[in-house]
Design a binder for this molecule. Structure first.
Ligand code: NAP
Length: 391
């Protein structure tokens, strides 16, 4: 990473422009405080979503694609995606284009949030969701399309009957894609001294997709991480029920069980490794455990690039009203700085969040639960800059 990289940003739709402005200001303040003039980001705007549609008649214009391909690092505001109709998600298109195969979402309780749990401080998980495979590849046909008719005919030849009024989708889960996300999750867990990695799957029902994900993840660990990783079976058979010091535990849970486990016993779960759809669901469920998914960011990373975004969407009812909470987008900027290796700047942002929560300097979504006076989007971002500058 050079000391003055060009990083792309896209303001996004709805509340996107307001929360993105906050994220850029807070990231710049943290970089300035941590490194003086020796490091800086040269921000370059790219246009996507509603603004691009208005200006170029294309939600992801060629010029933006070219810049993404060249610079490969993007801080992205939320984008509108219609349900059941219309265009394909731009978020998914960018992930595919840059082969950002891991969606990484840290979920850690922040003191002061109104969690539904009795002991929310036990929530400290990082979800690694496979980002390029599974039913998200978009191989599906409308129930009455000629393609669905042909697939139905073909399946008849395999002895499988599909109702004539059923839409059809395919769920590919591949070995190479499973291996690379497993490798990334295990490497992360070892480098960051996490305790365990839990594979979340529905392999009892979907044996050759989710079941295979589980098998391949265990195989990757055995082949590439022998000596650093132990399985639950090893622990029971060879180590008297306790994980040996310095070793990482690899286990697995069936998806429905996983949901109740993270609610009832969050302290037992650390890094979660999941195929795309399970990962999508469990990420929000874990987010809810800390009381507010609005404060979470997520990283989409591959071997040669990254896209960082808030977990929330465009919240259109708050757009342009200075009412949105920019924490999710600022968290995305913090994750990006971590990914860039600028950890000192990233930790200044984390500390500023803690200061703000302690002094009840929050936006309306959190203020209404805390009984505090609400700051606007702009004023909250300025307060964070103030905490960072004060050090
Ligand atoms: P949403 O935009 O996250 O908003 C749902 C509700 O969450 C809001 O009404 C608001 O709740 C609260 N909220 C979310 N972000 C907030 C913030 N920053 N500050 C304060 N409150 C916030 O979810 P949605 O309504 O399901 O989706 C709207 C659009 O966003 C859809 O087109 C969807 O496809 C898109 N989306 C995009 C992304 C992305 O680009 N990565 C992700 C998710 C959704 P209250 O009403 O309780 O105040």
């Amino acid at each position: 990473m050079p000391d003055d990289p060009v990083v792309l940003y896209a303001k996004g739709d709805g509340i996107g422009p307001e929360v993105t402005a906050g994220a850029l200001a807070v990231a710049d303040a943290a970089i300035g405080k941590a490194y003086g003039t020796s490091k800086r980001i040269g921000w370059k705007e790219v246009v996507v979503g509603d603004a691009a549609q208005e200006r170029y008649g294309d939600r992801l214009p060629e010029e933006t694609k070219k810049l993404l391909d060249e610079y490969r690092l993007l801080l992205k505001g939320p984008l509108t995606t219609p349900v059941s109709k219309g265009f394909r998600s731009i978020n998914v298109t960018i992930r595919m284009m840059l082969d950002l195969y891991a969606n990484i979402r840290p979920v850690k309780y922040i003191q002061g949030l109104d969690s539904p749990l009795r002991k929310p401080e036990n929530v400290d998980m990082v979800i690694f969701r496979e980002n390029t495979d599974d039913i998200y590849t978009g191989i599906e046909w409308k129930y009455d399309s000629p393609e669905a008719g042909r697939v139905r005919e073909f399946m008849k030849g395999l002895g499988v009957s599909v109702d004539a009024d059923a839409g059809i989708g395919l769920k590919p889960i591949g070995r190479a894609k499973t291996e690379r996300i497993t490798r990334m999750a295990l490497k992360y867990a070892l480098e960051n001294r996490r305790r365990s990695v839990t594979i979340m799957h529905k392999g009892n029902i979907m044996k050759y997709t989710e079941g295979a994900f589980r098998e391949w993840a265990y195989e990757t660990a055995a082949k590439e991480f022998a000596g650093s990783v132990v399985t639950e079976a090893d622990v029971a058979a060879k180590y008297n029920g306790s994980v040996p010091a310095g070793m990482l535990l690899l286990n697995d849970r069936i998806a429905d069980n996983m949901f109740q486990q993270v609610i009832a016993k969050p302290e037992l779960y650390d890094v979660i490794l999941a195929p795309n759809l399970n990962g999508d669901y469990i990420s929000d469920a874990c987010g809810a455990l800390i009381g507010d998914i609005g404060v979470l960011g997520s990283a989409n990373v591959g071997d040669t690039g990254g896209m960082f975004e808030a977990v929330h969407g465009t919240a259109p009812k708050y757009a342009g009203k200075n009412l949105a909470n920019p924490m999710g987008m600022i968290k995305a900027a913090e994750l990006m700085l971590t990914f860039m290796g600028w950890k000192e700047a990233a930790s200044l942002i984390g500390a500023a969040f803690a200061d703000a929560m302690r002094e009840k300097k929050v936006t309306q979504d959190i203020a209404r639960l805390m009984g505090a006076e609400a700051l606007g989007t702009r004023e909250f971002s300025e307060a964070l800059v103030g905490y960072i500058e004060k050090g």
